[in-house]
Design a binder for this molecule. Structure first.
Ligand code: SAJ
Length: 440
């Protein structure tokens, strides 16, 4: 029989709600520390996949990590929540047609947590959220569990039964497992004590600095980071339009300008995609439209860039002999990933295929098949070698390495619209006398 001294302390129990691009890697990384992690998701197929040691999303090294922690019994998935010491909410926060943020999934997750919450528990929101959401979670928990005291609502310095904090993820798809550990974390407590409790949790697996602040400041920090990037990409995209007008190579101008010690311009592209940068700035704009004209305009510039690329591509295709096959290179929202959420490449390919039908060939090594709407146009999927052999017109929409590495000799004589600047040695299309304008 084990003596008290020999007994191992019970493993920390953690429940992660939402097993998507952030929730699953987070759950797996926490499980690797020896914690007992329950992943909760509404999709039966996701739960079954994870419990069989497999993954439903592509992310570098995630498959091996999940398989290991599931085999060791540190991670299991379920449709149903169970009691835990720490709850991490990592569900989506989409926006509606009017760009109003929808925190319905967050509140549903909090409602589920309320059914098993007990004194001493910590609730952490990681989903990108409008400022004030963590307080809304606290107020909901307070309503559903009047038997427990909640932070920021106790009298006379009394300690609340529950700690609640906001800690945004900041990881880059494709580098999630590295950045989950190495990035600094901003940890916003409803009270300083909440921040301290959440901080102790993140220190279990984060090597970067963990910086404590308020929940509202942490919420705004996350939105600010992505709005910063969006505004800076919009600047690059606006430059690309001006460079078209002026008949100058925008990539060269940016390269040259970036030699200035205090200039660091991002890269233009076919628009901004993914579920973060194209979405989060609207959460700031929605908070006070009057005071956010710059952030809103950046969104419009980036979305307008996709319309501009469609117009440029249409002009290029119509200038080719009738029936000439056209290759669209890439559908993903950025290089070397299989993520197609809010992808400008997908939108542009769809617009071109709707117009030119079976003339359009799609090359996307990261997609097993064409999305149904694209296939319905008559467009079909081919590989890059076939595209180089058979398509005189090429529209580069994604900077996948496999496209970037195509030597000039293999694309000689092609008419190319390179929206990512991956082929600087490709002879440029002659400048147009009348530049294309943004489609309204
Ligand atoms: N893009 C450009 N030009 C650039 C850089 C990016 O057109 O110079 C485009 C990409 O092609 C893509 C889009 O922007 O379509 C977004 O890509 P990204 O690599 O900038 O960002 P995401 O969406 O993969 O991840 C971002 C990151 N945020 C910041 O860099 C401030 C990541 O750290 C966040 O964790 C993530 O959003 C998130 O989840 O919020």
């Amino acid at each position: 029989m084990l003596s008290d001294v020999d007994q191992k302390p019970a493993a920390l129990r953690v429940a992660v709600l939402g097993l998507g691009y952030i929730g699953l890697p987070t759950a797996a990384v926490i499980a690797r520390t020896g914690a007992s992690v329950l992943g909760v998701d509404v999709a039966q197929s996701v739960v079954e996949t994870i419990n069989s040691g497999k993954v439903h999303i592509e992310e570098v090294d995630l498959d091996g990590l999940v398989s290991g922690v599931v085999t060791r019994g540190n991670l299991r998935a379920s449709l149903t929540i169970e009691p835990a010491d720490v709850f991490v909410i990592a569900v989506p926060t989409p926006f509606g047609d009017d760009h109003a943020p929808n925190i319905g999934y967050v509140l549903r997750a909090a409602t589920a947590i309320a059914t098993v919450l007990k004194t001493g528990d910590t609730v952490i929101l990681e989903s990108t959220s409008p400022v004030g959401t963590t307080e809304q979670v606290r107020d909901l928990l307070a309503r559903l569990r009047p038997d427990l005291t909640m932070p920021g609502r106790t009298a006379g310095g009394e300690q609340a039964d529950i700690a609640i904090a906001y800690c945004p993820e900041r990881v880059l798809p494709g580098r999630i497992l590295v950045e989950l550990i190495d990035n600094d974390r901003v940890i916003g407590g409803i009270t300083p004590r909440c921040a301290r409790k959440a901080l102790a949790f993140y220190r279990r697996f984060v090597r970067g600095a963990c910086v404590a602040t308020t929940a509202r400041a942490a919420e705004m920090t996350k939105l600010t980071e992505n709005a910063f990037r969006d505004v800076n990409i919009a600047f690059a995209n606006e430059l690309s339009l001006l460079a078209d007008t002026l008949g100058v190579d925008v990539w060269e101008v940016i390269r040259l300008a970036n030699r200035h010690p205090r200039v660091d311009i991002l890269q233009p592209g076919p628009g901004v995609g993914g579920h973060c940068i194209a979405v989060d700035p609207w959460f700031l704009v929605h908070a006070d439209p009057e005071r956010s004209p710059l952030i809103r305009t950046a969104r419009q510039v980036n979305d307008g860039k996709s319309d501009h690329v469609v117009a440029q591509a249409v002009a290029l295709i119509e200038a080719a002999p009738p029936g000439t096959p056209v290759a669209c290179l890439g559908l993903a929202f950025k290089a070397n990933i299989d993520d197609f959420r809010e992808s400008p490449a997908l939108r542009i390919a769809q617009a071109l295929a709707t117009r030119f039908g079976s003339r359009v060939r799609i090359v996307e090594p990261y997609a097993p098949a064409l999305p149904a709407a694209l296939a319905a146009t008559g467009a079909r999927m081919i590989d890059i070698d076939t595209a180089l052999e058979t398509c005189p017109v090429m529209i580069v929409l994604v900077d996948h390495d496999v496209f970037r590495s195509v030597p000039l000799g293999n694309r000689a004589g092609k008419r190319v619209l390179d929206t990512r600047g991956i082929w600087p040695d490709q002879p440029r299309e002659p400048a147009r006398a009348h530049p294309l304008r943004l489609a309204s």
